[in-house]
Design a protein around this ligand. Sequence first.
Ligand SMILES: Cc1ncc(COP(=O)(O)O)c(C=O)c1O
Length: 473
Amino acid sequence: MVAFSDIGGSRKSSKKLINLLRGWPNTSLLPTHLIEKASHNALSNKEIAFPGMLYGPDPGDPRLRKNVASWLTNFYQPLAPIPPERITITGGASQNLACLLQVFTDPIYTRNVWIVSPAYMLAFRIFDDSGFHQKLRAVPEDEEGINIEFLKKEIRKSEDKASADGNNAPHVKPQRAWGKIYRHVIYAVPTFSNPSFKTMTLRRRQELVKVAREYDALIITDDVYDFLQWTSSLSAQTQSLDKAVLPRIVDVDRYLNGGAEREGADGFGNAASNGSFSKICGPGLRTGWVEGTEKLAYGVSQTGTSRSGGSPSQLTATFVAETLESGELQRYVYETLQPAYGARYRKMITAINKELIPLGCTVPQTDRDVVGGYFIWLTLPHPLKGAVVAQRAKDEENLIVAQGEIFEVPGDTDHAHFEYDLRMCFAWEDIELLGEGIERLACVIRSLQNDQKENNSTMQLATENRGGAKNFW
Ligand SMILES: Cc1ncc(COP(=O)(O)O)c(C=O)c1O
């Protein structure tokens, strides 16, 4: 099995390693010049440098909160501007997923974590760490994103079980003025998903918020790819798209049917959006933000580790605040990253259309006007298995791809099983190698299909020689 940490390549093949598994930005796309300038400006100004190098406020650098709020307002165009109070600065999406679970869940009272699947595999350990190892449940996707009917049916069963068990109050976590304990958590990557590449439709986002409200669930979304978008047209050069295609789930929760402050609601809301500078600036910054209602944003800032010394990444937060304030990071995203990732995407999808679609492979949601993110999800022609293709690609072609099973929710694969799929990243590998990577993958698939044809003819022959005995093989 090719593991997701497996980047060593093949010892048997003399071909140059092509790694389509790693989900990192290519180093040529890191805006080191912007961070160099921003850090110089920040560190040479005592007003910024001293607070930056000391313990900071719990919700994070006020300047970054303000600048993030204003960028998000421009990008998502909500009905009213996003106030900084809805933002808490974090150590990135992964770190803050852990904080949200620390403040807003109880490993017993919180019945389940519902994970839209295929799922971002590195989130599983974070759920385990908060005691949800045996409570992870996969929710399959269809062409519109999350399968809501499935989720509703299963949540009802989970609630019935909780009633039967008398699970009526938090067991482990104390009640605290700044927090609440939700009964369920739903985890999704609704836009340009890692790994499924899909975008959840607006209708599904709205339905999901309604379900979350009905069953007291906190929807945690990693909205980390939203800015990396471009038109799906293969002929066009990438135009900058400085407005989001869809509202986030946190935006839907802010407004739908009276929003999170509607009568009878507790004001915490049912959605938290994890944003990150990892994909649009550099993952080594370990800096991001979370948006939710003011109560939720404040609550997560009260995580024990933030109470002791302030939000993480205090110093890097001052660098990012600086580059956002000058508008340079936003311009970099629209004028450099979108065209660069768009060109990489076109290179890969053009090769897929030429080499893999004729072999029977498919990609999801081919009717979208705008696509984005880092990854393309590929379903193999039946009966080829991802694990077999990935292993042979590594051994014979020195090509690393991720087999679908890596993205299955541990312990719950009955309804979301990805034996016949692969994920490929177009962000990390050199752009010149993306087309060749797909050509090598096509060689592997063709050769497996040929093996299969030969096996079938041998089987046919054997069946005939045995007087037509059926099901012998
Ligand atoms: C869906 C998703 N969430 C979170 C992360 C990690 O984000 P961060 O670096 O902000 O922790 C990634 C990175 O691959 C991702 O794809």
